[in-house]
Design a protein around this ligand. Structure first.
Ligand code: FES
Ligand code: FE2
Length: 394
């Protein structure tokens, strides 16, 4: 589909939604989606998850295997994440009904028939792990190959971060095709000053489709091309400055960013970063990390702060020392569009070329899926992103 200008507000909501049964929601369910960082669920523990408008229970068996099953117990509907993990099964806290890793009910204490009871099955979803993230597959039929992307050719230390964002997932995808925002949104904290674009300069931009999705190439006068990869629909590989002081240990990071809808007004952003730390610098790296994580735990989450800023109860300039300032800046502008924005209110200009190009591809793919036509067979073979300049650290 080329005519993105003709898409009605209602149709936009269908595309940008991730709820089950919508065009976007059905499409996103044909891909593996991260549901948690591996470190968020210890062996023998559970965690409620909220993905693409649906709630499920994630738990790790005592052996460490991750499982995703239904959210509520079939007996009297209490939330199963409050239950106990027994081996690789999950037992409800309320009256002990027990489910296996596929959500099959295998035990009902006190009932005449205590064993396998199909009517009480709560359903399960395939769960796998890759580079510090647990993924689930929520679509129909066989899941696509796993892992969904190759990883790194030369693996060092893998760092994972996750943040909740107060905006529809597609707004953040659009933002990632919007190189121009950097010069303004991120001028507060100066995180991107190394790009040499403080003070506004419209970068030269090339955005085109490739075998795994899209590429964005940008440069400012006299510079080299900065190259960012989009493993569509919602994975990006990019070289970025990492969070504030973490740059002191390892410099800019080769990063996979994955945008996963929570519901239509919120999403989670997963960062997987590869960093090469020399043996004798590991202590410094650990120390910097511990200090950073302690600061994150003590700071208000960016979604909460963004809501306050948008309500006029706080101002971003009062939070310049926030450990996630870089993302707070993004959360404020994207949440500020309205958590599920109405695109019929927009007035696009020439700086929006990236957004126009990405919308064409998404709409084409989503509409193809909705019409039962085959999707483009994307295949990522490990091409690497390029920075186009020397960030001077690391
Ligand atoms: S509600 Fe789960 S066993 Fe009763
Ligand atoms: Fe940004």
């Amino acid at each position: 589909m080329d005519g993105i200008a003709d898409v009605s507000p209602d149709l936009w909501r269908q595309y940008a939604s991730a709820e089950p049964g919508t065009i976007g929601g059905n499409y996103l369910r044909t891909f593996w989606q991260p549901v948690a960082m591996s470190s968020e669920v210890e062996n023998g523990r559970t965690r409620p998850i909220h993905v693409m408008g649906e709630r499920h229970t994630l738990y790790r068996g005592e052996t460490g295997t991750p499982h995703i099953v239904g959210f509520r117990c079939a007996h009297r509907a209490t939330q199963l994440s409050t239950g106990w993990v027994r081996g690789d099964d999950l037992q409800c806290m309320y009256h002990g009904w027990t489910y296996d890793g596929d959500g099959a009910c295998i035990y009902r204490p006190g009932e005449k028939q205590t064993g396998r009871f199909e009517r009480a099955d709560i359903g399960g979803y395939p769960a796998r792990e890759h580079l510090g993230l647990i993924y689930g597959y929520f679509g129909e039929g066989e899941p696509p190959p796993f892992p969904p992307f190759e990883g790194y050719r030369n693996i060092g230390v893998i760092e994972n971060h996750v943040l909740d964002f107060p905006a529809n997932w597609f707004q953040t995808m659009e933002n990632h095709f919007d190189e121009v925002h950097i010069a303004f949104v991120h001028s507060f904290g100066g995180s991107h000053n190394d790009l040499g674009r403080s003070g506004f300069q419209l970068p030269e931009m090339k955005i085109y489709e490739t075998g795994y999705g899209m590429i964005r190439e940008t440069r400012v006068e006299g510079g080299d091309w900065r190259k960012t990869l989009y493993l569509l629909p919602n994975i990006m590989r990019i070289l970025i400055p990492t969070f504030a002081e973490l740059n002191d240990a390892g410099g800019w990071r080769d990063t996979y960013i994955i945008i996963v809808p929570t519901d239509d007004e919120n999403h989670r952003v997963y960062f997987t970063q590869n960093v090469h730390i020399a043996e004798d610098e590991m202590d410094v790296w650990r120390e910097v990390h511990d200090r950073f994580n302690a600061r994150v735990r003590a700071a208000p989450p960016i979604a909460e702060l963004a809501h306050k800023i948008l309500a006029g109860e706080a101002h971003i300039t009062d939070h310049m020392d926030h450990p996630h300032l870089l993302l707070l800046e993004d959360a404020v502008t994207q949440g500020g569009q309205g958590q599920f924005t109405d695109r019929s209110r927009e007035l696009l200009g020439r700086t929006d070329v990236g957004i126009v190009e990405m919308r064409k591809v998404f709409l084409r793919e989503m509409q193809a899926h909705a019409d039962g036509r085959p999707l483009t067979a994307w295949n990522y073979r490990g091409e690497e992103p390029a920075l186009g300049f020397d960030p001077g650290s690391g």
